[in-house]
Design a binder for this molecule. Structure first.
Ligand SMILES: [Zn+2]
Length: 495
């Protein structure tokens, strides 16, 4: 793991430089505490400082998280992206809970990624400074700490929501780290606790800038009637996970450089998965400054980046849902695809009760793959080949639970998707980009992209020449694509 030299790290600390937030953590040997570079506490002596590139590395070295600057609120950056695909895939699986609970093992995780346990451990130490098990443990501790500080959830719910197998284990680990029970960390003056049934709001910090308007505009144009609502600056949708149904609402807090996420979901054990989905959908972890700087090296793309600094590449909420959207979007406009998606949901989605205001505008959950795989026919007004393709997609999703998971290389993932009837090159690349979060995926034959690149180049392009042109945008072609799509959408709206 590459860190700047100690003098530079220390200067970042002395000036409380926010640019290092999420990229640098400091452990203070005299106190045993680790902090973000922006900690308001008095700066420790140089000789007492140890610097780390991840919170897990600081915890691996025996430091505990600071209660003032709260390392769990640092932006969780995907700075390892592009350096090791295996590490980023492993982290995605860990965030999905692959190492939570007693029955899990690093060996199984390594197996899923197609390598040995020792090899995975070595990669983690190299890129994150901590082995997988400590990374998972740190994630649980920090998420629990965030729930303790930001919500009024009872401790039993916090333990389960953060992925601890039992309340006893949660208590043990917190006593070990902080020398007091978890409840003693809560500073709230309110005596009454409020559980998940009342709705739980937490903040997810990002690295600025964040082009929220473009994100909402993108989501609004594609919002599936009944499942998603974009209004008054917020995004709301229904959620079905682990047999439970609820909703999530996301808003922007620009002055806090955060997204506010309200989860209304009874099964607290689904919280990590819900937060992971919100992070993916809103691309919260992008190291956006680095990406924008890289894309600005292309003089013709630079003006687009300057027009929309902090433009994110939205992810898919769910792999199957995203793939259905991709198929519905084949050969038709965004508006037509959205209408079809609305009909699809009305026909096959499960209705939800919309008795309370928090669900206003939300009437259905998106149909699961199981449901679509078992229906006799899909009664949508579109070519029969595409209906068969939807059916084949549902069957493939049921048959392979890893279909939308990062397993193997991007080329392998594309190949796997292309074995599904009706999934061609464009659809597979689009699914890889949005659902698998391959930030270098690039659907070069997309009409919107071809129109977008014609705007900056002033000349028509073919998918072959665009592919060539996109070489210099690697490893972030997905972001270049997002800029081209945005430019195209603006041009269409202006015409
Ligand atoms: Zn601190």
């Amino acid at each position: 793991m590459e860190l700047p030299d100690r003098q530079i790290c220390y200067r970042a600390l002395q000036s409380r430089d926010a640019r290092f937030d999420g990229l640098l953590f400091v452990g203070v040997t005299s106190t045993g505490i680790y902090c973000r570079p922006v900690c308001p506490a008095r700066t420790a002596k140089f000789e007492n400082c140890r610097f780390f590139g991840s919170a897990a590395a600081a915890q691996e070295a025996g430091f505990r998280p600071c209660l003032r600057c709260r390392p769990e609120t640092a932006p969780d950056l995907a700075s390892w992206r592009g350096t090791s695909n295996t590490v980023s895939r492993a982290l995605a699986l860990i965030a999905d809970g692959a190492l939570d609970g007693d029955a899990t093992s690093v060996e199984t995780l390594a197996e899923r990624l197609g390598l040995g346990e020792r090899q995975l451990r070595r990669l983690f130490l190299q890129h994150l400074g901590a082995p997988p098990i400590v990374v998972a443990q740190t994630r649980r501790v920090l998420f629990a700490k965030q729930l303790i500080h930001e919500t009024r959830m009872p401790m039993t719910q916090v333990a389960l929501a953060a992925g601890f197998g039992s309340v006893r284990r949660f208590n043990e680990i917190f006593r070990d780290l902080f020398h007091r029970p978890p409840s003693a960390l809560r500073r709230t003056t309110s005596a009454r606790s409020a559980g998940a049934e009342a709705g739980v709001t937490i903040r997810l910090r990002y690295r600025p800038p964040y082009d929220w308007d473009s994100m909402l505009c993108y989501l609004s144009a594609r919002a599936i009637p009944g499942v998603e609502v974009v209004e008054s600056g917020s995004y709301r949708r229904t959620v079905e996970l682990d047999g439970f149904v609820g909703s999530v609402e996301v808003m922007h807090l620009p002055e806090k450089q955060s997204l506010s996420v309200t989860i209304r979901f009874l099964n607290v054990q689904s919280f990590p998965a819900i937060v992971t989905r919100v992070r993916r959908l809103f691309d919260v972890g992008a190291d956006i400054e680095t990406i924008d700087a890289h894309l600005s090296c292309d003089p013709l793309l630079a003006p687009l980046v300057a027009r929309r600094p902090g433009l994110r590449a939205p992810g898919g909420w769910d792999g199957f849902e995203l793939a259905v959207r991709a198929i519905l979007g084949q050969q038709v406009s965004v508006a037509a695809a959205r209408r079809l998606a609305g009909q699809f949901v009305a026909l096959h989605g499960k209705p939800v009760s919309n008795g309370d205001d928090s669900h206003s505008g939300l009437s259905h959950v998106f149909p699961t793959a199981q449901r679509i795989a078992s229906v006799n026919s899909i009664a949508l007004g579109m070519p029969n080949a595409r209906l068969l393709s939807l059916k084949a997609l549902a069957q493939a999703t049921v048959a392979d639970p890893n279909l939308f998971r990062p397993v193997g290389t991007i080329e392998e993932a594309i190949e796997r998707l292309r074995t599904i009837r009706g999934v061609g090159k464009w659809t597979a690349q689009y699914i890889a980009l949005r659902a698998l979060r391959e930030m270098d995926a690039f659907p070069a034959s997309d009409v919107g992209l071809l129109r977008g690149v014609a705007i900056i180049d002033g000349a028509q392009s073919t998918s072959a020449s665009l592919l060539n042109r996109a070489e210099s945008w690697r490893p972030w072609r997905a972001y270049a694509a997002q800029h081209l799509w945005a430019a195209d959408a603006a041009a269409v709206a202006a015409s």
